[in-house]
Design a protein around this ligand. Structure first.
Ligand code: AHR
Length: 304
């Protein structure tokens, strides 16, 4: 197809094709799989040639994939860094090759802000804060023992969600985080860590950094003879269909949304970067929160 027609019938040129290399963290969660699909679908719709690589949850595999995109001379590189530190060398190689880099969903920590053009994604500290605010609102007279199921150690998202949550509950004498353990954003990690935490601590509320770990935790809570959502309340982050279904059933209590549907925004951003336009250092995604009634209303239209 050469182009679209405007309502007056004048042909308008199709958006120029360019090549975008994208390196994903892996397939650790339902959210992640939905994010991959969003990027692949949006590339097709935006006339972008996508070269996709799966980082398999490992920094070295991600760095090697970025190097092969540099060799291949793609026009723009986008990636979701599995951890925050240790990217300066490979991003320096992309910069030396003249290939602009966009970070998607997770950030890196570097002293050189010129190594990437923009970060597209959620405000993870705000997500943690919203989860903490819910715990404060629903604490009653307390005391409330909280278990935190953290995401991948060393990732910006786990650090930021934890920081936002801690700030929101700070100074409230009813609340105490009695244990915090990493579950690596997976269902099996959440289930295993929850099982161990339940054996060691009395727990009233679980803050899971994502829905997959919350669902794992819920299984461990049931296996230990408690009723999830009632004996032990659970707040998590993402808003994937499985977790929304548990929320509607009253087995999970509150979800802070984190949208994986970043594909269209990424294509627009990458196109601008490729065209030499100045782009904002940070592009945020719009998100909400769900209680049981809101989840019931949103569930039928949920795409992931
Ligand atoms: O970086 C975003 C997080 O990574 C999502 O909350 C989680 O589900 C994913 O694996």
């Amino acid at each position: 197809q050469d182009g679209d027609r405007d309502p007056g019938g004048t042909p308008t040129p199709a958006a120029a094709r360019f090549t975008l290399g994208y390196v994903q963290t892996g397939t650790e969660s339902v959210w992640r799989v939905a994010q991959t699909r969003s990027i692949q679908e949006a590339a097709g719709a935006a006339n972008v040639d996508l070269v996709f690589a799966d980082g398999q949850g490992r920094q070295q595999i991600q760095a090697d994939a970025i190097r092969s995109l540099i060799e291949r001379k793609v026009d723009v590189i986008a990636f979701s860094p599995v951890v925050t530190l240790g990217w300066d060398t490979v991003l320096g190689e992309a910069k030396a090759a003249g290939i602009p880099v966009v970070l998607v969903d997770r950030a890196v920590e570097t002293g050189d802000a010129s190594l990437y053009r923009s970060v597209l994604g959620s405000d993870y500290a705000a997500e943690g804060r919203k989860a903490g605010e819910w715990v404060v609102w629903t604490a009653g007279s307390g005391p409330v023992n909280i278990a935190e199921l953290r995401g991948t150690t060393g990732s910006s998202v786990a650090d930021d969600r934890s920081r936002g949550f801690t700030a929101a509950i700070a100074g409230d004498s009813r609340l105490r985080v009695v244990v915090a353990e990493p579950g690596d954003f997976t269902r099996s990690g959440g289930e295993e860590r929850m099982r161990v935490m339940l054996a060691r601590f009395p727990i009233d509320v679980v803050f899971a950094h994502n829905d997959d770990m919350a669902i794992g935790a819920l299984r461990a809570i049931e296996a230990a003879g408690h009723t999830p959502g009632t004996d032990i309340r659970i707040v998590s982050v993402d808003g994937v269909r499985d977790a929304m279904t548990e929320l509607v059933a009253g087995r999970l209590n509150y979800i802070v949304e984190c949208s994986p549907l970043l594909g269209p925004q990424l294509m627009a951003l990458a196109r601008k970067v490729h065209g030499g336009e100045t782009v904002p250092a940070r592009v945020a995604t719009e998100e909400t929160t769900f209680d049981q009634n809101q989840a019931r209303a949103a569930l039928p239209g949920r795409r992931y």
